[in-house]
Design a protein. Structure first.
Length: 464
């Protein structure tokens, strides 16, 4: 992809198509882009389901032996091939060594997660000591808010998106109640302007400037799960901190998707799951970040023995020697069977960089957008023809690899017809399909096949 640096996706597509003497929509263009993709070998590290393996597929409509069109890494990433090997190694060690597995082998259970935190830190733009792998996302969010949300009579609000992911909304609501405040008064919910789908950065910054004196915590997602909007985390952080607020992010849809710089941006805290773009498997081990500037000033409200200094942890004297920073927030030893698949995935990330993945992602997602607009833009001359609207920001700087598509026809029918034809994507009520070509393993050919399949699905759904 380096040869296309500096070009917009449209410019790249038109340049390639011109050199090939083909339309930008042709399969030859997709093949050319895949052939010249410096990251194409990374797909070989993942297991892609065949169409026949997908329960909703209809083999009377499509060749079941082909790889499915997997565009749902925003919900669950593909399985890394090494995950099974690593799991079997630990099961074998357990069977042969029993308790000695805590301190023996290439992946000692007593500190296995520590061995991959540097890989994780590289993905989110942090220092290794600012990252901990532990628990699940919502558990980590609660632990972080217990320490960073310090409401007073004058400063008790938490600013978040009106349509935040439900888990974030519930966590914030319950944290406010826990401190004796009323969510109706202390949850400051920010909505897009009337008639718009996404929040404007200037509106977020203006709200912080206007309300910041009463806000204790600014809590946003990195990438909005429904619209796919990538927030300007650096600007939000700077604005919130300037008003005296702590600023944190749920990076569930951003980690492994966008290029994050949590340390350089000065973000106070963040958390994320690892089973979406980080491919650790359903319910995988989550991550947490606390900036090093807080390592001596922010302490966990809840303590567990895994937050104790590992050098003296097993002295069991019940005198807590708390590890500094985020490491002190650990509660229990981590499940080794969750460490294994995350290690398998992070090692693939370690074969490249988030900068390189982002470069490919910009072109891959731009290619999807180009084809959608070419084939499915609303045509006033054909008012009955199904059309598709992209509600994700058109500015590549304001999105990751997900495009959220809103349809002029009932979404449920289209979704079912896509599933029958071997497309793995997801539907979100009331009217959106989320399509996420992940640069780690998706190809330009996947995108081209999706667009062709979408045409068949629309035709089939309109005939019923």
């Amino acid at each position: 992809m380096d040869r296309f640096v500096g070009s917009t996706p449209r410019e790249t597509l038109e340049r390639v198509s011109s050199s090939l003497g083909r339309s930008p929509t042709s399969a030859e263009v997709a093949s050319y882009l895949d052939k010249h993709d410096e990251l194409r070998h990374l797909r070989e590290n993942f297991l892609v389901p065949t169409i026949a393996d997908l329960p909703p597929s209809d083999l009377s409509l499509v060749d079941g032996s082909k790889d499915c069109i997997y565009l749902v890494g925003n919900s669950l990433g593909l399985q890394p091939k090494m995950a099974r090997k690593y799991l079997e190694e630990e099961l074998d060690k357990w069977s042969k060594m029993g308790v000695h597995g805590h301190t023996s082998g290439s992946r000692p259970w007593g500190w296995a997660e520590n061995n991959i935190e540097e890989l994780m830190a590289n993905v989110v733009g942090a220092k290794t000591e600012e990252v901990a792998l532990m628990n699940g996302l919502t558990v980590n969010l609660h632990l972080l808010l217990l320490s960073f949300y310090k409401p007073t009579a004058a400063r008790h609000k938490i600013l978040l998106e009106d349509k935040a992911f439900p888990s974030d909304h519930y966590a914030v609501e319950s944290q406010i109640r826990l401190r004796g405040f009323d969510p109706q008064q202390s949850m400051l919910l920010l909505s897009p302007r009337p008639g718009e789908e996404t929040l404007r950065t200037e509106d977020i910054l203006e709200a912080i400037e206007r309300e910041g004196h009463s806000v204790a915590v600014v809590m946003f997602s990195g990438v909005q799960y429904y619209t796919g909007q990538l927030f300007n985390m650096a600007a939000i952080t700077e604005a919130g901190q300037r008003k005296g607020c702590y600023v944190g992010f749920d990076c569930a849809h951003a980690a492994g998707n966008a290029e994050l710089k949590l340390h350089d941006w000065g973000v106070d805290f963040a958390c994320w799951c690892s089973y979406k773009y980080l491919n650790s498997g359903a319910g995988g081990l989550a991550g947490a970040f606390i900036h090093e500037k807080h390592k001596d000033s922010i302490r966990p409200a809840l303590s567990g023995w895994w937050g104790h200094d590992p050098k003296t942890r097993f002295q069991m004297n019940n005198v807590l020697e708390l590890q500094p920073g985020v490491s002190g927030f650990r509660l229990s030893n981590q499940p080794i069977l969750l460490v294994c698949p995350l290690q398998a995935s992070l090692e693939v990330f370690g074969m490249t960089s988030m900068q390189a993945l982002r470069r490919k992602s910009l072109l891959l997602t731009g290619y999807l957008e180009y084809l959608i607009q070419h084939y499915y833009t609303e045509d006033p001359a054909q008012p009955r023809k199904p059309h598709v609207r992209v509600i994700t920001p058109s500015d590549p700087r304001q999105r990751g690899c997900q495009l959220s598509l809103s349809f002029s026809v009932p979404i449920g029918k289209v979704f079912r017809e896509l599933e029958k034809r071997g497309v793995a994507c997801d539907m979100r009520e009331p009217s959106v399909l989320r399509i996420a070509p992940a640069p780690l393993y998706n190809t330009f050919g996947d995108v081209h096949r999706f667009i062709a399949t979408l045409g068949s699905a629309l035709a089939a759904s309109s005939n019923k």
